[in-house]
Design a protein around this ligand. Structure first.
Ligand code: ADP
Length: 228
């Protein structure tokens, strides 16, 4: 970044990185700290699958195979969510865009609103570690807090530190085989977006193998740098 971008009160941030890089964890921290809205296309698609909508039915098999859902479906879901008024506070896009076609569609949606991307933040991690990270993760069904069998266990087994809930869920696609396919999809289809956003002077790379809090601090620094 060369500082030529105009600071904004309602930033549009993108989190990029392979599955397991910590996009969801960090997006939730930014949401709490800065009042931004986290928009996770993965969460939206999982909700659509659960609700049995047409989009959900079309997405299910792709998600289970660790492949990308069609640009058309995902872009429509994201555009509908972006049209809701709370997004005026600023958003963190977690898991979108994932292809160049999606990035171009996003640019067009934002341009219509007189907005642009303020920062695309790449969480940089080692592939080998990702399979372990993703295969061990689970979530509180009540509040969505994320945990991991090795790296972040709740203080009391099966009880959420945050809300006290006792129902923990694991994603169907968080198994070693599917994670490998998801990593391949990331490298083939999503990694080219680093060049795309670098070309727009919006790319920030953050090493993301360390402690969650250290990475959160780095991210907060980026948000401060783009906020008016
Ligand atoms: P992760 O980043 O850990 O892979 P997500 O929750 O972001 O997890 O995505 C889960 C799955 O949902 C992906 O493997 C893919 O099938 C689908 N998906 C999510 N976002 C997109 C997107 N922008 N484009 C296409 N497919 C998507």
């Amino acid at each position: 970044m060369d500082g030529t971008r105009t600071p904004t009160k309602a930033p549009v941030l993108i989190l990029l990185g392979p599955p397991g890089a910590g996009k969801g964890t960090q997006a939730r921290t930014l949401e709490a700290e800065f009042g931004l809205i986290q928009l996770s296309t993965g969460d939206m698609l999982r909700a659509a699958v659960k609700a049995g909508t047409e989009a959900g039915r079309a997405a299910k098999a792709k998600m289970e195979a660790g492949a990308l859902v069609s640009d058309e479906i995902v872009t429509r879901i994201l555009a509908d969510r972006l049209a809701e008024p709370d997004t005026a506070k600023g958003v963190i896009l977690d898991g979108f865009p994932r292809t160049t076609a999606q990035a171009e569609a996003l640019d067009a949606i934002l341009a219509e609103r007189g907005q642009q991307i303020d920062a695309a933040i790449s969480l940089e991690v080692d592939d080998a570690e990702m399979v372990t990270r993703v295969s061990g993760r689970f979530t509180c069904a009540g509040c969505g807090e994320g945990y991991h069998d090795q790296y972040k266990t709740p203080a009391k087994p099966d009880t959420c530190d945050k809300c006290g809930g006792t129902e923990m869920t694991r994603r169907a696609d968080d198994n070693a085989d599917t994670v490998k396919s998801r990593l391949e999809a990331y490298h083939a289809q999503t990694a080219p977006l680093l060049t795309y956003y670098d070309g727009k002077n919006a790319l920030h790379r953050i090493p993301a193998m360390g402690a969650i809090d250290d990475i959160a601090r780095e991210l907060a620094g980026v948000v401060h740098s783009v906020r008016g």
